[in-house]
Design a binder for this molecule. Structure first.
Ligand code: FAD
Length: 317
């Protein structure tokens, strides 16, 4: 079922959902299930599965290093199919511009359609690890808006090289990313919102936000989005802080601010289990306020570990 239908069916009640990251290749898929199992009692209507960018690896060939490109965490679509059929939940693959030609994207989407996946999240993708900025892939989509258009076309039977008139078209519900503290490359929040509006006008059905730690940022963002005519659901993304190093890593990677009160609480912690407890408490406080304000879904970034998400969900769902 589509995310938008889940929201409609919930009749104003806030839903619980989360995002997972595929395991590194060669790892046991059971570990992933072991982390998902404890969260299923909170009835997530959907689970997002990320797609990682490809990266360079260096292979020693008799002292000479050969540079090869590979994806360390493949399997997004396969994992989605397994979640859908194992847990009877809607699983949402993240589909990227970066690293895929439009042709390859079409094949990914066709796979998703055959597997009965009703939703896809359309993203530009991060820059590759060695890159400072995102470089578009040759013959690929440059921005998420182009990917949204490709998916919308496929929904109408317009493939890259032909129009296929059939009653069996895909009908994907499309999610896109939004940034309450603006995307790191954007010159201003207003500019970023203008491009978000383009994605929505091109046919995206809902927005999921980047993590934020100060709810005011989200409320202001939603207000600004509504003011420029973005009417689709805007789902807040929440990440519980888990280790002290997050104080540096999160602002560095995602270009976001942490509230002083949270920083002070974390600085007082003597070890990471205390940090984890502070992170859980903060996320509970954030979630409770978001729910009071009537958000459709609270979406959690699990980053492969579920004990803290479970502790939060137990308090609020
Ligand atoms: P876009 O919407 O294309 O925007 C990128 C930048 O370009 C922004 O600064 C925007 O303002 C600007 N822009 C947009 N359109 C135009 C235009 N037409 N002309 C000029 N400028 C424009 N990354 C992954 O690699 N894998 C994942 O699975 C993944 N999942 C994510 C899930 C969520 C909920 C979020 C919030 C992010 C996720 N990301 C993921 C990160 C995301 O790929 C990066 O933040 C990426 O840098 C931007 O992606 P986007 O889809 O927002 O890009």
């Amino acid at each position: 079922m589509k995310v938008t239908e889940h929201i409609k069916q919930a009749k104003g009640n806030t839903l619980f959902s989360f995002e997972i990251v595929p395991p590194q290749k060669g790892q046991n898929i059971q570990e992933l299930y072991n982390n998902i199992d404890p969260l299923m009692e909170f009835n997530p209507p959907f689970i997002d599965v990320t797609t990682s960018r490809e990266e360079y690896v260096y292979i020693d060939k008799d002292g000479l290093f050969d540079r090869k490109i590979t994806r360390m965490r493949p399997g997004t679509v396969g994992i989605c199919a397994s979640l859908k059929y194992k847990y009877n939940v809607d699983a949402i693959p993240h589909v990227l511009c970066g690293g895929f030609t439009k042709e390859e994207t079409e094949y990914v989407l066709v796979d998703c359609h055959y597997l009965g996946l009703d939703n896809v999240m359309a993203l530009r993708g991060d820059a590759m690890k060695h890159e400072k900025y995102f470089t578009p892939t040759k013959d690929g989509n440059n921005y998420a808006v182009e990917l949204v258009k490709q998916i919308k076309n496929l929904n109408k039977g317009k493939y890259l090289h032909e129009i296929i008139e059939t009653p069996y078209n895909a009908n994907f519900c499309i999610g896109v990313a939004g940034y309450p503290e603006k995307h790191m490359e954007s010159p201003s929040l207003d500019t970023d919102l203008r491009y978000l509006k383009e994605k929505v006008d091109a046919g995206s059905d809902y927005v999921v936000t980047q993590m934020f730690f100060d709810n005011k940022k989200y409320f202001d963002f939603v207000e600004k989005a509504r003011a420029i005519g973005i009417t689709v659901p805007i789902i807040p993304g929440i990440k519980p802080i888990a280790v002290k190093r997050h104080l540096q890593i999160l602002p560095q990677v995602f270009k976001l601010d942490l509230p002083e009160e949270l920083i002070l609480e974390i600085e007082k912690c003597k070890n990471n289990s205390q940090v984890r407890a502070v992170g859980v408490e903060w996320a509970i406080k954030q979630s409770k306020e978001l729910i009071t304000r009537g958000v459709p879904v609270v979406h959690f970034y699990s980053m492969g570990k579920s004990d803290n998400i479970k502790a939060i969900a137990k308090e609020i769902f």
